[in-house]
Design a protein. Structure first.
Length: 240
């Protein structure tokens, strides 16, 4: 899948850079060790060979360190210039989306008992959350507020493989006007399902995570909530 390839390829530059950096440090360590060796008992030729070996290892270390720095800059450049064009998520695939019952949209600072395990409407907190990838589940009351503003929430099951998590994190960068995407771990994901995507009164469950279907859901439902806030006011969520 294109988004999977782009995300994995970009991360590869960082991993290779880190590996080369570690190898360069090892080279410097060996070079320092050779330099400190007692050479008083070595003949002239043996000293020359040791000096040549030390020089070769140092040059290798310099080269690997330089390449690791270059690859790190390549990684940062790709991250900074990565395009999050919403049209790229329109995979033209069929998705099975449920239209949920509407449970209201009042605000309350008190905990709410929801009718659904993963609610898509109902009374909620007067405060919303910033877009992005979460490693701990925020309050459900705030997530529902995000849905009201047209955001998408990806509820993922703990323990998913790294490649899947990487794609989910990638999807949280997409925006449409004042709406965005959040991903949160959630024990309420039904047994046998890996991910549940929600929008305001909309739910899509995925038995096995499918990046194209997840992307299509975001493309179809992002910024479709009853309260659409301009981007210059909302500024990435967490402002209402």
């Amino acid at each position: 899948m294109e988004m999977q390839h782009e995300s994995s390829f970009t991360a590869a530059w960082l991993y290779i850079g880190i590996l080369l950096f570690i190898i360069s440090i090892v080279c410097y360590w060996f070079a320092a060790r050779f330099r400190k060796e007692n050479t008083s008992r070595l003949n002239k030729q043996e000293k020359a060979n040791l000096k040549k070996k030390n020089s070769t290892i140092r040059i290798l270390g310099h080269s690997l360190l330089s390449v690791s720095i270059i690859l790190s800059f390549v990684y940062l450049f790709q991250i900074m210039n990565r395009s999050y064009d919403l049209e790229s998520l329109n995979f033209h695939v069929s998705i099975d989306v449920t239209t949920d019952q509407y449970y209201g949209a009042d605000h309350s600072d008190e905990p709410v008992q929801y009718e659904m395990d993963i609610p898509t409407s109902g009374m909620h907190s007067p405060h919303d959350l910033k877009f992005g990838f979460y490693k701990e589940k925020p309050p459900t009351e705030k997530l529902v507020h995000n849905l009201e503003h047209g955001d998408i929430v990806i509820h993922y099951r703990d323990g998913l493989d790294g490649e899947t998590m990487e794609i989910i994190e990638y999807l949280t960068h997409f925006r449409k006007e004042g709406a965005g995407v959040l991903a949160v771990p959630d024990d309420a994901v039904p047994p046998g399902k890996e991910v549940v995507l929600t929008a305001w009164t909309k739910t899509m469950e995925l038995t096995v995570f499918d990046g194209q279907k997840a992307g299509q859901f975001i493309y179809d439902h992002l910024n479709q909530g009853p309260e659409q806030i301009p981007a210059q006011i909302r500024r990435g969520g967490g402002t209402m």
